[in-house]
Design a protein around this ligand. Sequence first.
Ligand code: 5GP
Length: 212
Amino acid sequence: MKGLLLVISGPSGVGKTSLVKKFLEEFKSEVIFSISCTTRKPRPGEVHGKDYFFVDQKTFEKMIEKDELLEWANVHGNYYGTLKSFVYENLLKGKSVLLDIDPHGAFQIKQKIRDSVLIFILPPSWDELKKRLQKRKSESESEIQKRLRRAREEIKFCKDYDYLIVNDRLEKAYEVLKSIYIAEKRKTCRFLNNLENEIKDPYLISLIRSEE
Ligand code: 5GP
């Protein structure tokens, strides 16, 4: 695959959305965000086709049946899934694709696309995670408790990710995320897959590609 598949996970409230937004803004010419499908209701301000494709349960189940999803999971009682065609089309074109998905989805991706890069975002402390969730004010108290219970489970999966980032301060966490991306793109096998985009000199390319 020519493009790099980046998978970001982390408990609800950890600040994934802000990190991802900043990252996509800086790398908009080369990284594309995979918009997931979900049966969850839109939050105030969320836009269909931008934040998610909001679909009903029947539609989602049809997509599973037709094998249109690269991965899917039931999170907080709602279905979430990644569109297979979107991811493959962009990776084949040489674009990097970024997924913000839960650990069950992340491991399904790693099984299917071995050179995907899995990054888990951790909060600096449990108390801070609670505070961030409460500050968000978009969920009821019982919803917050549900998300904290899930966070407790999700954090245990972080050991199987390729990279861990602690989101204490957004700026610092962002620098780490950026460094990971830049380094991963320069791994020899990936660089060689994209050689013509990286180096314009045909003679240098022929030297690099030569078998002798
Ligand atoms: P939220 O409802 O806060 O937008 O997302 C809840 C959780 O669902 C987050 O952990 C998010 O990473 C995960 N999620 C979002 N889209 C997908 C997806 O397509 N697949 C999977 N497996 N998880 C997703």
